[in-house]
Design a protein around this ligand. Structure first.
Ligand code: TXA
Ligand code: MG
Length: 324
């Protein structure tokens, strides 16, 4: 099992240990506000190869590169004015921008899966401290084996990777709990490649422009990792349930009870008060709890589609998608 170092009680130890392991080209699991990431030096091809191998991730699926701040990001990518406006408004935060790579960037092509664009994010919290200390971008996909639910606690990560991982930095449960929102600006158009922890309506409000969804844009999916069935718990998932079947785990919302709860294996409420941010933070952990309870299936009651509900419903659709 990996060493777990708590960044809240031992920040200096965490920084020193992470710098040592990352410096050797070995991935380290790090906390971010969205989900835990499996981080490695984005300029080191061997380190990046190790990320793909540890996750069992297809090499055509590019990694997000994390930066300490906008200034560091500008050394690696070309910002059009609209992307810069969005970055200034929402970084640090749960937002990834897809941008043209600068030819002089030291980010290795393997991290970008050979694309001429790069996904960039500036996280908050301890990750930002680590990035500033490390001084180079960290490529970090979610710290789960490919196809599984993204981890929102250090323990999830340690359990998933076992002895294959050397070090996990623990900053407590991820505050946002959903992966970042991925946007790509094309001319005057803002496209949503993945709904996530930043409500797209916030981007519309700040920019005064619509954020185009893939279906309305009539375009092909451009975040390659979004193609497969993903974010799946072990148990099959039943959406928009209006009742619970005996032995099922029910994950409900807003304190609304469903018929049949008395015979459910377990009943969890994503947010008894109906707060979508709280629901997002609980979603992945509750799916894991349902699996741990040995759920034959998981029933979800309907979740509102507005605000963060868009990203929550996106993840639920993927969890319920036919498994390949
Ligand atoms: O919140 C997050 O974004 C977390 C934390 C750790 O930062 N990371 C994360 O990474 O969710 P990952 O690898 O699980 O998802 C990255 C997504 C994939 O769907 C990938 O295809 C897309 O970003 N992506 C990365 N670079 C891209 C690029 N240049 N063009 C299009 N899509 C890209
Ligand atoms: Mg992922």
């Amino acid at each position: 099992m990996a060493d777990i170092v708590d960044t809240r009680t031992e920040p200096e130890v965490a920084l020193a240990r992470a710098a040592d392991v990352l410096g050797r080209g070995v991935p380290v699991a790090i906390p971010t506000e969205t989900v835990y990431g499996l981080a490695a030096d984005a300029t080191n091809p061997l380190a990046i190869t190790r990320i793909y191998e540890m996750k069992g991730r297809p090499r055509f699926n590019p990694l997000i590169c994390h930066m300490a701040d906008l200034a560091m990001a500008e050394q690696h990518a070309v910002f059009d004015p609209l992307s810069r406006q969005i970055a200034e408004a929402f970084w640090p935060g749960p937002l990834t921008l897809i941008l043209p790579i600068r030819p002089e960037s030291a980010i290795h092509p393997l991290a970008r899966a050979g694309l001429d664009t790069v996904g960039i994010r500036v996280p908050t919290g301890f990750a930002s401290r680590l990035l500033a200390a490390f001084g180079r971008p960290l490529a970090a996909p979610s710290a789960n084996t490919s196809g599984r639910i993204s981890p929102t606690t250090a323990r999830h990560v340690a359990e998933d990777f076992g002895a294959r991982l050397e070090l996990v930095l623990d900053a407590g449960p991820a505050v946002v709990g959903l992966e970042s929102t991925i946007l790509k600006v094309e001319g005057e158009t803002i496209r949503l490649l993945r709904p996530g922890g930043l409500d797209a309506a916030e981007v519309e409000r700040i920019t005064g422009r619509p954020v185009l969804r893939n279906d309305t844009a009539g375009a092909t999916i451009e975040a390659p990792g979004m193609l497969a069935s993903h974010y799946a718990p072990d148990a099959p998932v039943r959406l928009n349930a209006s009742d619970v079947r005996p032995g099922e785990v029910l994950i409900r919302f807003g304190g609304k009870t469903l018929p049949g709860e008395a015979d459910a294996a377990l009943v969890l409420d994503l947010s008894p008060s109906g707060d979508l941010a709280e629901a997002a933070a609980n979603l992945f952990g509750y799916m894991k709890q349902a699996d741990a309870a040995g759920a034959g299936s998981i029933a979800f009651s309907p979740i509102p589609a507005d605000g963060l509900g868009e990203a929550i419903n996106d993840r639920l659709q993927r969890a319920a998608a036919p498994r390949g």
